[in-house]
Design a protein around this ligand. Structure first.
Ligand SMILES: *Cc1c(COP(=O)(O)O)cnc(C)c1O
Length: 368
């Protein structure tokens, strides 16, 4: 947090707007619309809430099928279960680590052959790397599916010059504490369709009808962002591009320092992609690393009080989703087996990065 955030929070206190609504909420929504080039935005309490509302607005109901990238954080998939719908998981492809358009089409056709139809597909830009949206959109259009674009990890990333978070029929962002910018907790729903964003605002404030008393003819949610959180968000928007630069600097440093290690690789940016490099991840292939595994490296770092983490465990491997259908060739399972997220905070110093690199090299030399 910096002085911009503090100034705006002070303003919220000075004007006594400590409510779930207020001028900073409107201002933050405006900032998001400008940055993303999307006509409408609703600031909400979390990214998960945004996905939940997006699915409701697009008509997902009990018994429906929703296609979802398997290689993701559970926040992408849980809202499908909230609605009593069935998630159908789609594997990743190796170039972006995100949804494979061919596996998506295979899933759609297979469901069709069973007389089932999905309404919505949820692609994710994991770790900030843009998914193959052109091909995914083409498949979705051909089969009459809406796209809910999960850009929770990809604020500041672009694909062919367009921001991640501007591709979906509805797109969502997260401002949780671990994301590239944060409002302490928060999210947003974006769309060019005014009535959908209007509906999100309505549902997120307990679906109150226009009446002087409190009247409700639909089930609502308490999902709106508060004016204090939005104040932080407005300040954070002014440092977003610096944060992206810092994350990309981390990535460049790790890549420069570690690329010589056998069997260790990074995810390159495919043509047309610009990643915010939210987290720097490495893959360690034990067949080429002399038996060093991601777990060897993780434990050596951990012994030095340096936290690193395996990549997201795919949703189709999660105990909660074992019964859900899954379409893929094991790409996300391999990524999970061999992948490690390195320390990637925007405030890491060169000394911090040197320390991490030194320990990773130690993990390799211990193994010689
Ligand atoms: C963080 C995250 C979410 C959920 O956002 P919250 O604000 O934490 O609810 C959804 N999808 C992905 C890919 C995420 O990383």
């Amino acid at each position: 947090m910096g002085s911009e955030e503090f100034e705006r929070v002070r303003e919220a206190f000075d004007t006594n707007w400590i409510a779930p609504l207020g001028p900073h909420v409107d201002g933050f929504e405006h900032d998001l619309q400008e940055y993303m080039g999307v006509a409408h935005a609703a600031a909400l309490s979390s990214g998960t809430a945004a996905i939940h509302l997006a699915l409701i607005i697009l008509g997902v109901q009990r018994g429906d099928y929703v296609l979802c990238q398997s290689f993701t954080f559970s926040g992408s998939a849980n809202p499908i279960a909230y609605l009593g719908a069935t998630p159908v998981f789609i594997d990743s492809e190796p170039d972006s680590w995100n949804m494979c358009p061919d596996a998506l089409e295979r899933a759609i056709l297979d469901l069709k052959s069973q007389g089932k139809r999905a309404k919505v597909v949820i692609p994710v830009h994991l770790y900030g790397m843009p998914a193959r949206m052109t091909a995914i959109t083409e498949v979705a259009r051909r089969h009459d599916l809406y796209i809910v674009e999960d850009a929770a990890e990809a604020l500041g990333s672009t694909l062919d010059g367009n921001p991640c978070g501007s591709f979906g029929d509805i797109s969502i962002l997260s401002f949780n504490g671990n994301k590239i910018i944060t409002t302490s907790g928060g999210g947003a729903l974006l769309s060019n369709r005014a009535e959908w964003v209007q509906k999100a605002r309505f549902l997120s404030t307990q679906a109150r009808d226009a009446a002087p008393h409190y009247q409700h003819s639909q089930i609502g949610y308490n999902y709106r962002m508060s004016n204090v959180c939005a104040a932080i968000g407005r300040g954070q928007m002014t440092v977003l591009n610096d944060r992206v630069e810092a994350r990309r600097r981390n990535h460049a440093y790790y890549k420069r320092s570690l690329s010589d290690l056998p069997g260790l690789s990074f995810l390159p940016e495919p043509a047309g992609c610009f990643s915010n490099r939210w987290l720097t991840c490495v893959l360690i292939d034990p067949e080429r690393s002399g038996d060093v595994t991601r777990e060897t490296v993780r434990l050596v770092l951990d012994a030095q009080n340096i936290e690193s983490r395996p990549l997201w465990k795919p949703m189709h491997m999660q105990p909660i989703f074992t019964d859900a259908p899954n379409y893929g060739d094991g790409t996300s399972e391999r990524l999970f087996m061999n992948g490690l997220c390195l320390p990637s905070g925007s405030n890491l110093s060169e000394t911090d990065l040197q320390r991490v690199v030194k320990q990773i090299k130690t993990a390799y030399s211990n193994h010689d």
